[in-house]
Design a protein around this ligand. Structure first.
Ligand code: TRP
Length: 338
């Protein structure tokens, strides 16, 4: 008798990141280091959003380099090309094609309400291009092209996801069931890390003080230096208490990378000063990130392998979206695609 596959079909996750900058320690501890389990439980599709990146001014050679790096970083952080699809957005032409069709189901008024557009138009007042305006439509196309069930996003992308849902529903109503209406994916929040320089603010790339934020590719010396300079308080005891934001944050970080509880940490540093504690946190973080750093270094030196993974990823992505784009073209009344 034929073996029955009783495994329920995995839900599909789609997400993308722009090829700008490196993950922060906060991103890593909060989400990225859980990718392994994520890939176990879901079918994951991750893109490097280079099409989105050109909505702000980019130096072409830089963009290409950053795209390579972002891709290598995804793999170094555990995206496994055998289990998941990792690819570069511009290498699957269906994103741009679907984006056009969806833009005709998106209202000018809706896009005008997007707060990110308003923010970015202020920040890039010399380059308020149409792509910046239609950016959320392209994002909707990314998600809807794969019939994704779930989309992991930060708070800043919530409004865009809501728009993607509205576009999907509108299209489905007008042309018949075509797209899965996606939901946000909000994993159990790992530790939330704060800036080392202002521990009342979230650790973020946009911290105006470079020492406030640790990046996962920072070398050991840089990491140690940032932790040595971390802002604390005038007390001396390493313990988790209200009002000790700096120490609380360092304890959270130390706990997240060593698995130790707050009590264990307090006991470990009883009678020692903040200086010793800061060095210990820096060392533990550097050790924790070392495998990612060395894997990244290995990958970025192996262009042939990276290119091969990109090509495979893009082909798989293209294959996945082919059927749906055909359906969409037929539904809106185009002559059959070639
Ligand atoms: N706009 C997202 C960001 O800047 C990146 C992105 C592009 C994305 N397409 C997406 C995220 C689709 C989730 C799903 O963070």
């Amino acid at each position: 008798m034929e073996a029955q596959n009783t495994q329920p079909k995995k839900q599909r996750i789609f997400s993308a990141i722009q090829p700008t900058g490196v993950f922060t320690l906060g991103n890593y501890i909060g989400a990225v280091r859980n990718w392994d389990t994520l890939q176990e439980e879901y079918e994951c599709i991750y893109a490097i959003a280079d099409l989105h990146a050109i909505t702000v001014m980019q130096e072409p050679a830089e963009l290409r380099k950053n795209t390579m790096q972002a891709f290598a970083l995804m793999l170094a952080c555990g995206m496994d090309p055998k289990r998941s699809i990792t690819f570069v957005q511009s290498q699957n032409p269906h994103h741009a094609e679907l984006s056009w069709v969806l833009s005709c189901s998106t209202m000018f008024g809706e896009l005008s309400r997007m707060t990110q557009f308003k923010d970015k138009s202020q920040r890039h007042a010399d380059n308020i291009n149409a792509g910046l305006f239609t950016y959320p439509v392209l994002m909707a196309a990314d998600i809807l092209a794969y019939n994704a069930d779930l989309v992991p996003i930060g708070a800043d992308q919530k409004q865009h996801l809501e728009l993607a849902r509205n576009i999907a529903q509108r299209f489905n109503q007008r042309f018949g069931e075509t797209f899965t209406v996606p939901d946000g994916y909000f994993p159990k929040q790992g530790a939330r890390l704060m800036s080392l320089q202002d521990p009342t603010k979230k650790m973020s790339k946009s911290d105006e003080n470079a020492n406030g934020c640790v990046y996962i590719l920072d070398d050991k010396d840089t990491i140690l230096r940032k932790f040595k300079r971390a802002v604390t308080d005038s007390d001396t005891e390493v313990c988790y208490k209200e009002g000790k934001d700096g120490i609380n944050n360092l304890m959270t970080i130390y706990g997240a990378v060593t698995g130790k509880t707050m009590d264990e940490i307090t006991a470990e540093f009883a009678g020692k000063g903040y200086g010793d504690f800061k060095i210990a946190v820096g060392e533990a973080v550097a050790d924790h990130l070392e495998p990612v750093r060395s894997e990244f270094a290995r990958l970025i030196a192996d262009k042939a392998y990276l290119t091969e993974c990109m090509t495979n990823g893009a082909q798989q992505a293209y294959h996945l979206t082919s059927k749906l784009i055909r359906k969409v073209y037929r539904r809106v009344g185009f002559i059959d695609r070639l």
